[in-house]
Design a protein around this ligand. Structure first.
Ligand SMILES: C[S@@+](CC[C@H](N)C(=O)[O-])C[C@H]1O[C@@H](n2cnc3c(N)ncnc32)[C@H](O)[C@@H]1O
Length: 396
């Protein structure tokens, strides 16, 4: 493909990504993969170049653009080499017309920036969208961190994450045979800090209420040395069914998976009411802490979608609290930098649940900043995804 044809392909893919963002359709990565399947003539160099154009435009443009061309024109304004490719050549984009509309650049729409936790000031905005490194977590059930470090000598340690090993973005770590053997998982440092913050111990009864594909469930199994009774539940079948094969690969045992029917969660967890030593509520959220890796998420967040997340979080933190044994602990977490999903949600919970107290001292030294009754991790301050977490203790 010519360089101009790659730009045109990126424009068409951005059209589809912007439409999906508005309509709640497929994620950008899936759309990109599908678009490449449809362009079998594109070689690996073409693919890499188109991908770079698409993601550079997504990072640059603050909200879903009216068209892929408007997004690419914004990128062209910032990069003369790209502007020169709007040359009207065969398969390339038409020349830029005077006064043509450009998508607006920026970290996010103004209204969305206004929702950030006060700790995320303007000086942190650039880091919110900067390319993220690839963090690995050594699986203690099969390996120690130094073994993983030896496999990827280009990496480095991660402050406060004992099992963590940090690699450059886009390292093909999962293609290493040690991944198939379960020696490590790909897991951002924020999730590693959160899993450790649960303070789960051998012999405990643990509920991972929103387990998804089990990223944190597996970290908990690793930390407890397979000696805890772990229930991993979720309402999403496709996600939850990824967990058993992943657990098998990781050598993690003692994990029960339970698919919950939406609206019937409490009934389906009746056998666990008031019985868990630890409950992890890794709640569904805006994902605003993960824009470094999924920058198009900020194109998707509408006020009504945010309200839905807030209602789900409120319901799930209450549901989780009912499962905690007297004296036990609940860890509430969201990969979000939005105040209403984090500290405000926990303040609301504490106002409605007398006797519950907020813990402190569960993060490594220098990691996170106090945000109400919990802590906020941010890319700029902590070098990891944006993440809010609060550990709460049920009265005896
Ligand atoms: C942030 S993700 C969890 C990620 C997961 N803990 C991990 O580490 O990979 C939130 C999860 O909450 C689940 N969820 C949404 N509503 C739920 C409900 N009512 N009960 C249980 N899980 C729910 C979603 O399906 C999603 O998998």
């Amino acid at each position: 493909m010519t360089p101009a044809a790659r730009i045109q392909a990126a424009i068409e893919i951005l059209d589809a990504i912007a439409a999906a963002a508005r309509e709640g359709g497929a994620p950008a990565d899936a759309i990109f993969a599908e678009a490449m399947r449809a362009r079998r003539y594109a070689g690996s160099k073409d693919r890499r170049a188109i991908r770079a154009h698409v993601y550079d435009a997504i990072r640059l443009v603050r909200s879903a653009p009216v068209s892929g061309r408007a997004a690419m024109l914004a990128l062209a304004d910032a990069d003369q080499d790209i502007a020169a490719l709007f040359d009207g050549s065969a398969y390339g984009p038409a020349p830029i017309a005077p006064g043509e509309a450009r998508a607006e650049s920026g970290v996010a729409a103004e209204a969305l920036i206004g929702l950030f936790d006060p700790l995320v000031g303007e000086q942190e905005h650039e880091a919110v969208l900067a390319r993220a490194p690839l963090d690995l977590r050594a699986n203690r059930l099969k390996a120690v961190r130094d073994e993983i470090a030896a496999l990827f000598p280009e990496g480095s340690t991660i402050r406060g994450a004992d099992d963590g090993w940090r690699l450059p973005p886009e390292t093909a770590a999962v293609q290493h045979p040690a991944y198939a053997d379960g020696l490590f998982e790909v897991q951002d440092a924020a999730s590693q800090y959160a899993s450790a913050a649960l303070d789960a111990g051998p012999g405990q009864t643990i509920v991972d209420l929103c387990a998804g594909g089990g990223g944190k469930t597996l970290a908990i199994a690793s930390l407890t040395g397979n000696d805890a009774d772990i229930l991993a539940s979720d309402t999403n079948r496709a996600r939850l069914q990824q967990l058993p094969p992943r657990a098998e690969r990781a050598g993690a045992t003692g994990i029960e998976t339970r698919l919950l029917d939406p609206g019937k969660e409490a009934d389906m967890l009746a056998d666990r009411q008031g019985g868990a030593d630890r409950v992890f509520v890794d709640a569904p959220c805006s994902g605003s802490g993960t824009w470094r890796r999924s920058p198009e998420l900020r194109w998707r967040l509408t006020p009504s979608r945010l309200e839905r997340h807030l209602a789900d979080q409120r319901k799930l933190i209450d549901l989780g609290a009912d499962l905690v044994a007297p004296g036990g602990k609940l860890l509430y977490a969201v990969c979000s930098i939005i105040e209403r999903e984090g500290r405000a949600q926990v303040d609301d919970f504490l106002n409605r649940h007398s006797g519950w107290t907020a813990d402190s001292g569960y993060l490594p030294d220098g990691i996170g900043r106090a945000a109400g009754a919990g802590f906020l991790l941010t890319p700029a301050h902590d070098g990891c995804d944006g993440f809010f977490l609060a550990r709460l203790t049920r009265p005896c």
